[in-house]
Write a protein that binds this ligand. Structure first.
Ligand code: NAD
Length: 433
């Protein structure tokens, strides 16, 4: 395909990053933007001033627009139904995290991708951060041998930004999610690195305390998943609201270890730097090689302004190149997306059963799907029916409406000055302006 790929974006808040990618890209252009929030839509109109873009306030009209692909940057628990509708209309799909919220949706999503044959790319951008992406390349080159153990962390104390991302809405998905739901920023890069399927998981949930309750978030504070992979390797994943942030990945194999820098040490290079300690062969203890360097992936000149260590650029770049038929395009398909997500979903089932180990279904196996077709268990009352789960293992907390009124007040204050703070940062992601 020589011409630019025509993209529609659903959700213009986080979607700003993908919109701005298209505005700058040589391989794509944004032709339609949809958001039900008039403020978001107007801000995009004003920022872009682009007559080639049509703006929609509803999905039904938006999806009929003449385009090649859609980016789904709507609510994290509502991606699957929109992905299914888009695929059935003949559009390629880039889905923000997370891929789905129930097993029923997981089966429907996989089967729709299989039936339609259109490209589904999961936007787990953390896989493309400089060091985690280098870890994938090194692992596939055999640098540390066979994977044995790994640790991954996505710790983000959400309290200071909660007004900017939940707007005081009591039932915002971020308030209603359970502790292990948002698991793919930690687990994702380990799956993309090793290519190994997770087969079982044990979940643990941080306690529920004032830090979450005072801003209306209803889950446990953080989550741990102990995941066993198909080769017997074990991954410890941790994510959630511990007080100090950390993004970190480490992998041990049969002949070495590799990891990125730790956020706690401001001189470590963080996700921009690799630390490798590996032998030439397993048992070759006198051949140890220590290497430390900042990996480059060849498009550094294009990353300026893109968030999450430039990974926001790469996830979109690979999606567009996949559509254009580039065989080098490295996207995350629907099976891999679920390999990243199901450990979190089943970790919560483990927590609800007193931390018992849970098998992770293999949805690549068509026979296994039937068992899950009607499983709507989740924390979203609109979808769960009689399978509604509590947001915390000891029960969904009853939070006073005054808490949400307080959060909304803070959000309203923030909206008075859109040119600075989180809102300005959100809309300018990927923008060179
Ligand atoms: N990968 C990352 O690093 C990263 C970072 C931030 C957010 N996200 C993801 O991006 C997505 C969006 O998050 P967000 O921070 O923008 O907040 P959000 O989920 O509150 O906002 C979603 C936007 O979509 C719009 N929307 C939702 N449903 C709609 C519908 N049916 N029709 C039209 N518009 C609709 C809303 O009005 C809102 O502007 C989530 O899936 C989140 O997980 C990912």
């Amino acid at each position: 395909m020589d011409k630019k790929v025509r993209i529609g974006v659903l959700g213009g808040y986080r979607g700003s990053s993908m919109i701005n990618y298209c505005e700058r890209a040589e391989n794509a252009q944004v032709v339609a933007i949809c958001d039900k929030n008039p403020e978001v839509l107007n801000t995009q109109k004003e920022n872009l001033k682009d007559d080639n873009i049509t703006f929609y306030d509803n999905f039904e009209d938006f999806i009929k627009h003449d385009m090649d692909a859609v980016v789904l940057a709507n609510y994290a628990n509502e991606h699957a139904p929109f992905a299914i509708k888009a695929l059935k209309r003949g559009l390629h799909v880039f889905s923000e995290v997370l891929p789905c919220q129930t097993m029923k949706e997981a089966v429907e999503l996989i089967e729709t991708v299989e039936e339609t044959g259109y490209i589904y790319a999961y936007g787990e951008n953390y896989c493309y951060m400089p060091a985690p992406y280098e870890m994938k390349k090194l692992y596939r080159d055999g640098k540390i041998g066979e994977f044995e153990y790994g640790e991954c962390e996505y710790i983000h104390n959400g309290e200071p930004i909660w007004p900017s991302i939940t707007y005081g809405e009591k039932d915002h998905w971020r308030n209603n999610m359970y502790s292990t739901f948002y698991c793919t920023h930690s687990i994702g890069p380990m799956i993309h690195m090793t290519g190994l399927r997770p087969v079982s998981v044990i979940g643990f949930e941080g306690t529920q305390n004032e830090r979450k309750l005072r801003v209306g978030a209803k889950s446990g504070l953080f989550a741990v998943e102990m995941v066993t992979l198909e080769n017997g390797g074990i991954v410890k994943s941790i994510h959630g609201w511990l007080y100090k942030d950390s993004i970190w990945y480490s992998a041990y194999g049969s002949k070495g270890r590799m990891e990125c820098g730790r956020e706690a040490d401001k001189n470590s290079g963080h996700i921009y730097k690799m630390y490798i300690d590996s032998d030439e062969y397993s048992g070759g203890y006198d051949t140890a090689k220590y290497e430390t360097y900042e990996p480059k992936h060849g498009m550094e000149d294009k990353l300026d302004g893109f968030g999450h260590g430039g990974s926001d650029f790469y996830s979109m770049y690979h999606f567009i190149e996949k559509i254009r038929g580039n065989s080098e395009a490295d996207t995350i398909d629907v099976y891999e997306a679920l390999d990243m997500f199901l450990p979190g979903m089943f970790a919560y089932r483990s927590i609800l059963k007193g931390n018992t180990p849970m098998e992770i279904p293999n949805l690549r196996d068509k026979k296994e799907r039937d068992k899950w077709r009607n499983d709507t268990a989740c924390t979203d009352p609109k979808v769960a029916g009689d399978m509604l789960l509590p947001t915390f293992s000891k029960g969904t907390p009853d939070i006073d409406d005054g808490v949400y009124a307080y959060v909304k007040k803070m959000w309203d204050e923030e909206c008075k000055n859109k040119d600075s703070g989180y809102i300005a940062a959100a809309f300018s992601q990927g923008s060179k302006k």
